[in-house]
Ligand binder design. Structure first.
Ligand code: AN7
Length: 350
């Protein structure tokens, strides 16, 4: 049995004697070395951190287990979040495990069927608003101030605490920090959490340095890159369709303290990176998860030299959450009778 984030990282988390320590098996995700992909993108060593291997298929579970444990400890009856899909799936699962109510507010028609199916099957109360994520978050902030339910968006500091454990795992696996960490940026909680994790391990002497933090937004939803909120964010990567990130300040702090950047990539760049990752390394991430690889390809194409560098891309969510995108421009399959010879002929073997 996996110990889970609460037990494994007890000493680095806000665990009190009254905090329940349960797990759905989150954390301890694979860090996969991808040499063929590295060669394609001009990178010395390239590793993908497969956060889609968490119980609900995204990195959110690391933070959610801590946020929900603290909500239970505080005697909360319910949790609430706004979501582009993955936070709600995770909140719904951990609430179900603990017997709490989960109320989730999502942008109507804009979260993938896979993510919506998760929230529904876990028994969450789903409210779809006629608006985007930023508007949903505003509503959640207002309602959690006036009602006895716990906000579990990444404004909840326990979420950040849990998510920082992914940085610990990367250092434990590599024996030191990588040179660069490439990561998608939506509401900007995760880049904040990784930087906190890398910094804590560094201060404890567990790594010799810290990586440059390389955050990437989608072009149509790139408020941090543009320097102002985006009123109507738009991108194929629905998970990061966010126009006014809650953790804006801490994301730019992570960028600046690490000597990194926050840049953007187009939807086309995201989708071709998603395909490349799948075909060259056998790893299927949802579009938002391909954003860091798209960023690496972009910078490499601009002449930045990664040939002697160790790079980690965080693959934040499982590709199965958004199969529509993967099938959208797929070539037609061969359709044949159930006949050995017909298949043999079609394959050019006869
Ligand atoms: C796959 O679920 O914001 O910058 O409401 O699902 O920490 O927001 C999801 C975000 C990257 C961005 N990759 O992380 C939500 C939500 C995936 C995501 C991000 C999200 P943050």
């Amino acid at each position: 049995m996996k110990p889970g984030v609460l037990v494994k990282y007890r000493d680095s988390l806000p665990i009190a004697p009254g905090t329940p320590t349960f797990t759905l098996g989150e954390g301890d995700t694979p860090l996969v070395r991808c040499d063929r992909l590295a060669a394609k993108v001009g990178c010395g060593e390239l590793y993908l951190k497969l956060e889609g291997c968490n119980p609900t298929g995204s990195f959110k579970d690391r933070g959610m287990v801590v946020a929900v444990a603290k909500a239970v400890e505080a005697g909360s009856q319910g949790i609430m979040c706004a979501s582009t899909g993955n936070t709600s799936a995770s909140a719904a699962a951990y609430a179900a495990y603990c017997g709490l109510t989960a109320i989730i507010i999502v942008p109507g028609g804009r979260i993938t069927p896979g993510k919506l199916a998760q929230a529904v099957i876990y028994g969450a109360r789903v409210v779809a608003i006629d608006g985007n994520f930023d508007q949903a978050l505003k509503i959640v902030k207002a309602l959690t101030q006036s009602h006895p339910v716990t906000l579990v968006n990444s404004l909840n500091p326990h979420r950040i605490e849990g998510q920082k454990t992914a940085a610990f795992e990367i250092i434990d696996a590599l024996g030191d920090a990588p040179d660069y960490l490439f990561i998608p940026v939506g509401n900007a909680g995760n880049i904040t959490a990784y930087w906190k994790g890398f910094t804590e391990y560094y201060q404890q002497g567990r790594s010799r340095g810290r990586p440059r933090m390389m955050g990437f937004q989608a072009e149509g939803a790139a408020p941090i890159v543009r320097g102002h909120p985006v009123k109507e964010p738009e991108t194929v990567a629905s998970a990061i369709r966010i126009g006014n990130p809650a953790s804006w300040q801490s994301a730019t702090a992570a960028r600046d303290e690490s000597g990194g950047i926050i840049d953007m990539v187009s939807d086309d760049e995201i989708l071709s990176a998603q395909k490349l990752m799948a075909r060259e390394s056998g790893i299927f991430g949802e579009p938002a998860s391909a954003t860091p690889l798209a960023g690496l390809i972009k910078l490499s194409g601009q002449g930045m030299d990664f040939s002697a560098k160790k790079v980690v891309c965080v693959i934040t969510g499982n590709g199965l959450k958004d199969t529509d995108i993967a099938l959208k421009d797929a070539p037609p399959f061969l359709e044949l009778p159930a006949d050995v010879e017909a298949v043999e002929r079609a394959l050019g073997w006869k």
